[in-house]
Design a protein around this ligand. Structure first.
Ligand code: ADP
Ligand code: MG
Length: 407
């Protein structure tokens, strides 16, 4: 019997076939306010912000600042006291909580899995509510297990038989089951140990690159916020918005002392973990080839950006730096007295590259492309100039495309 749920389910199916996801929807907070009964002040006070479709917005702030409340107003687990929230341009007040829970995926820290249901049954929760037929549910469960990197064999296990990380993946799969346009995630990786947490974060960013949902993500950890967020909403006591900005903006220009204190004293370093070496304008060293006459090389050194010549082989791979002694000979040696190390790659995370340069105690480091060919030169000076320049603001990537520091 074709009911209205069947029709929405069909649309979801179509979207799944067409490329993996239903349209992500925009979420707008319009002076959204919550005051719990009997409370002296608002838990969330006139929250005003837009989360563009397909982006990750992280709510971050100290305990009790209203993060969970702000998020739960979106699917009406908490009723809005004043103001409004629009999902896909329509007020959540116009939809029933049951309807919203089908449109909006929800993931929490302790995963909230049903302990007496198998992994497959947990993932199938919403599709069952939507009365999908058995074959369709089976196919969707299989697809989701693969999407969240879970072994298909785990489908018949119970949550207690899984590791914390696996449970968290099941929680994400369950939230994605009916292809919602929006996902709410409340400290989703909070209960996982640091190593698995980093792995889950990275996996989740890769997943987001595929599914492109609109995601509201709560954490109390500023590093997680910077890593996961396309935008970050910093809340302070009393549910007030202190700043809403991209990670780079937040790190470049904290709005006030509260934000500055929350972001931490190592703001500049944090900014470097948002970038790759290829994001910066590298310098060029004069290049020399083994066997070349040193007088030719000396002529190139005059007025060069870098006053040292880099020797490269016939495949343009760096061999080392020419010293005064090397230059005193007639021709460029095959093995210059100073080796090229550390050799960086264009894809390296900027923060790792800086640490390599500092550790090697060298002034300059050659940077090579994926084929090992010289692309430019990096130095501590270039990095520090970059950090104080306006360019630093423009070098931003959406969270799923940002470098993942896994070293
Ligand atoms: P956070 O998630 O940032 O830690 P919450 O949204 O959970 O903050 O809480 C914000 C404020 O609202 C806190 O002062 C908290 O004590 C209060 N609060 C949260 N839930 C309730 C509730 N159900 N009833 C009354 N007060 C609540
Ligand atoms: Mg909370």
């Amino acid at each position: 019997m074709p009911g209205r749920y069947d029709r929405s389910a069909l649309a979801v199916d179509q979207a799944t076939r067409d490329g993996g996801s239903a349209e992500a929807t925009q979420v707008e907070f319009r002076a959204a306010t919550k005051r719990y009964a009997g409370a002296e002040r608002d838990a969330v006070h006139r929250l005003e912000l837009d989360v563009p479709a397909g982006e990750i917005c992280v709510f971050v702030g100290p305990s009790g600042c209203g993060k969970t409340t702000a998020m739960r107003m979106v699917n009406r687990m908490v009723e809005i006291s004043e103001g409004d929230i629009l999902v896909g341009g329509r007020s959540v007040r116009e939809r029933s909580p049951a309807q919203l829970r089908r449109e909006i995926g929800y993931v929490i820290q302790q995963t909230g899995l049903y302990p007496h249901r198998t992994v497959a049954a947990n993932i199938a929760t919403v599709p069952r509510l939507l009365k999908w037929n058995r074959a369709r549910i089976e196919a969707r469960v299989e697809e989701l297990l693969e999407l969240v990197s879970l072994d298909a064999e785990l489908r018949d296990r119970y949550p207690a038989q899984l590791s914390g990380g696996q449970q968290q993946r099941v929680g994400v799969a369950r939230a994605l089951a009916a292809n919602p346009g929006v996902m709410l995630m409340d400290e989703p990786f909070g209960a996982v140990d640091p190593i698995n947490r980093e792995r889950l974060q990275n996996e989740f960013l890769r997943l987001q690159a595929e599914v492109r949902k609109t995601i509201l993500f709560v954490t109390h950890d500023i590093d997680e916020a910077i890593k996961m967020g396309d935008r970050i909403a910093i809340l302070r006591e009393g549910g007030r918005l202190a700043q809403y900005a991209t990670p780079a903006e937040l790190l470049m220009a904290p709005a006030d002392q509260f934000v500055e204190g929350f972001v931490g004293a190592d703001r500049a370093l944090k900014r470097l973990s948002l970038m790759r070496v290829s994001d910066i304008d590298l310098w060029q060293a004069p290049l020399a080839f083994p066997g070349q006459s040193t007088s030719e090389v000396r002529a190139k050194l005059d007025g060069a950006e870098i006053s040292h010549a880099l020797v490269i082989d016939s495949d343009r791979r760096p061999l080392g730096w020419l010293s005064e002694a090397d230059l005193a000979a007639d021709t460029v040696p095959k093995r210059p007295s100073t080796g090229p190390e550390p050799v960086l790659e264009l894809d390296d995370v900027m923060r790792d590259a800086l640490s390599d340069v500092l550790q090697a105690e060298t002034l300059y480091a050659p940077v090579v492309d994926a084929q090992g060919r010289i692309a430019g030169v990096l130095s501590v000076e270039i990095i520090s100039e970059f950090l104080t320049s306006a360019d630093a603001l423009e070098e931003e990537h959406p969270a799923p495309e940002r470098p993942l520091a896994e070293r």
